[in-house]
Design a protein around this ligand. Structure first.
Ligand code: ZN
Length: 627
């Protein structure tokens, strides 16, 4: 185990540092501007005493840049880890540094509008308490979610209650499509995304100069309770206006940008724009490393052009749900325009090169951002990267296949690895190849060779150790926070075993499933081969939704549809949607529910038992850097 930078890494980092615009220190002025107060108690805890956020976790970043970190990412971490309550302009405030995301607060005639209540109810409650401590006990008059990602709604119950929303006291405002996307993104591939997020954010990697130093977008994710209150007002069109307790808001819907359901909005009385997550102090992700449906960089750029057209002439400040604001009209507009140029250039130039026959991995090496963008800090790839974003553009338009039939039907990883290692002369000879690459500072090649060795023999001790060292050097060199964390997470698992993934299905998110989503989530757990000889048809009368579904399992696929009445001759379950969710999440026992009368059955209750017996377990801790 090294945990030190090699000479090659040090040389690479010094060379990279020469191209950084270190003379431009405006971001530090902006990130400190308007500081009102910091929280005295530096740890935020759950009810059981567990620390879910530590405001001092990154205080080591105050020190000089070590040779184990890219100076650009180190600088970003210094900025992002600044915490406190800040005045954006009189009447608009932000609590920053309390989670991956930022909470914004707009004061109204009698109360306050809260925008994006962080990930966890504990961090959100602490952020709101800091605000109230210094701005008075103003009541929340509206809640706004800018988009469908959990770091923008998960802490809502730390600020308002379900009853506040149900009673109509606090409208909850979100872009159209919010619920569908907030849920779907977490269900279909949720298990794999959670495991991969453990790499991307490096939650289990120790924080420190040779460890996790931030995710670029925010430092890391909090680990409290994620909650959800379903929105009560949908924003459906650009130009839609609301006046909340005397404060006017004009909305711009931006679907298919950073999130499938997202919106920017403008406060005419403050000349202030909330840019959601469409403009931030990083090149964002066209495809996040945890995995997602690939985003549309073309639409993203288009909507930023529209934003400038709508409000650029009357803009004193632009703030967002990550990072610090940008003030003054020329700077704010140029910031939005540069962000736009960045996504558009990536999109257009990738397609130009695609049409010259280049594939993603090649374009990632060729494509250079314009010097003017390189010279601005906020266009650097701290969260997204040029490298993985151009591959995402390729993926959006052309998919996984590069068109070369030599790559149409390759052996899968283990089978290919066994053959590569044999061709290199066996395991030990292959390790020698990798060691030579490592010694030469060619960590990318060392990593590729070692990947083959570990997929041929995951127990090879020398290969495991060398791959961990290799990942570490790659991590130390990375400007991107999610790359660094991914490499260091891989190194940690090779050295110390898998760190495990907390199972964190939020009860509120589960409760929000629609009936169709419940059946979809059952369907993707059917063990196909075990199920393909079964034929099970069940009718479901959902009492609270006043709808009847039929599910049919045939050929290993569970389809569902709505019907006017239960199908004659099928077993029929009559129950509420929450009870149905309870049954599939095993929080409700079927026999007990039948006894209590919360589920009634006509026909054979064993049909459900048979269906459940065909569900395959998920593996939340699958291996990543080994087979
Ligand atoms: Zn976010």
């Amino acid at each position: 185990m090294t945990s030190r930078a090699t000479d090659a890494t040090r040389r690479a980092l010094s060379a990279a540092a020469e191209h950084l615009p270190m003379g431009d220190t405006q971001d530090f002025l902006d990130a400190d501007r308007g500081l009102i107060a910091r929280r005295e108690d530096r740890q935020i805890r759950a009810a059981d005493g567990r620390v879910v956020w530590d405001l001092d976790a990154y205080s080591f970043l105050d020190g000089p840049v070590p040779d184990t970190a890219n100076p650009s990412l180190w600088r970003q971490g210094q900025l992002v880890s600044k915490d406190g309550l800040f005045e954006v302009v009189p009447g608009i405030y932000q609590v920053r540094g309390f989670d991956l995301s930022t909470m914004s607060l707009i004061e109204t005639d009698t109360g306050v509008i809260v925008i994006d209540p962080l990930i966890s109810k504990e961090t959100a409650a602490a952020a709101f308490a800091l605000y109230q401590e210094h701005r008075g006990p103003r009541a929340v008059v509206a809640m706004i979610y800018t988009h469908s990602h959990i770091d923008h709604f998960g802490g809502v119950k730390g600020v308002i209650s379900q009853d506040d929303a149900d009673s109509g006291r606090v409208p909850v405002i979100a872009p159209e499509g919010f619920m569908e996307h907030a849920i779907v993104e977490n269900i279909f591939a949720g298990t794999a995304m959670t495991r991969r997020a453990g790499y991307m954010y490096g939650a289990a990697v120790e924080k420190g100069p040779a460890g996790q130093i931030g995710a670029g977008l925010g430092q890391t994710t909090s680990t409290g309770e994620a909650t959800l209150i379903v929105p009560t007002i949908d924003i459906t069109t650009t130009g839609q206006e609301l006046t909340i307790d005397g404060v006017r808001i004009v909305f711009q819907v931006t679907p298919g940008t950073e999130a499938p359901a997202e919106m920017n909005f403008y406060f005419p009385d403050f000349h202030a724009l909330c840019a959601a997550e469409n403009a931030s102090h990083t090149l964002h992700n066209i495809l996040t490393l945890r995995g997602a449906v690939v985003r549309d960089s073309h639409a993203w750029a288009h909507y930023l052009t529209e934003t400038i057209d709508l409000w650029g002439d009357d803009l004193d400040v632009v703030f967002a749900s990550h990072h610090w604001p940008t003030w003054d009209r020329p700077r704010a507009v140029e910031y939005l325009a540069m962000q736009r140029d960045m996504y558009l250039y990536l999109h257009d130039q990738t397609l130009r090169l695609i049409n010259q026959g280049y594939v993603g991995a090649e374009i990632a090496e060729i494509l250079q951002m314009p010097p003017a963008l390189e010279a601005a800090w906020h266009t650097h790839g701290y969260y997204g990267s040029v490298s993985h974003n151009v591959k995402a553009v390729y993926q959006r338009y052309l998919g996984w296949y590069e068109g070369n039939p030599a790559r149409l039907w390759p052996h899968p990883p283990v089978e290919a690895a066994t053959r590569y290692v044999a061709a290199m002369g066996g395991l030990d000879a292959a390790v020698t190849v990798a060691q030579r690459a490592y010694d030469d500072g060619d960590y990318r090649w060392a990593g590729q060779v070692l990947d083959h060795i570990l997929f041929a023999d995951a127990t090879h001790a020398a290969a495991r150790a060398l791959q961990a060292d290799t990942f570490e050097q790659l991590g130390f060199g990375a400007e991107n926070g999610t790359w660094r964390s991914s490499f260091l997470a891989g190194a940690q698992e090779l050295r110390h075993g898998q760190f495990g993934t907390p199972v964190s299905a939020s009860a509120d998110l589960l409760r929000a499933l629609t009936v169709a989503q419940v059946f979809d989530s059952i369907a993707i757990r059917i063990d196909g081969p075990r199920a393909w000889d079964q034929h099970i048809v069940i009718s479901w009368v959902i009492t609270d939704d006043d709808v009847t579904f039929v599910t049919e399992l045939r050929n290993g696929a569970l389809n569902h549809r709505t019907v006017d009445a239960p199908l004659p001759g099928t077993t029929t379950f009559t129950l509420s949607r929450p009870t149905l969710i309870g049954l599939i999440t095993a929080t409700v026992d079927l026999a007990a529910a039948i006894d209590q009368g919360t589920v009634t059955v006509a026909g054979n209750p064993g049909d459900l038992g048979l269906l459940v017996s065909l569900l395959a377990p998920v593996d939340p801790d699958f291996a990543i850097v080994t087979p």
